[in-house]
Design a protein around this ligand. Structure first.
Ligand SMILES: [Zn+2]
Length: 61
């Protein structure tokens, strides 16, 4: 029996497509990991978040 490759071990860096480096998996470098993190945060949170109020549209019908 041959050892099958681990499922997630060959995924390229999602930022630049290079092979991932161990400490930064699944990224190739801390830079790419950081870029992705900022992208991720930018989509969800604001860097300077001024909490105006949690307007919950609670349309409980
Ligand atoms: Zn990269």
């Amino acid at each position: 029996m041959t050892m099958p490759p681990p499922a997630n071990s060959n995924k390229p860096c999602p930022i630049c497509g290079k092979p991932p480096a161990d400490p930064y998996r699944p990224f190739c470098s801390s830079r790419c990991a950081d870029l992705d993190l900022h992208r991720w945060l930018g989509g969800v949170y604001r860097v300077e978040t001024s909490e105006v109020g949690d307007e919950k549209d609670d349309s409980g019908v």
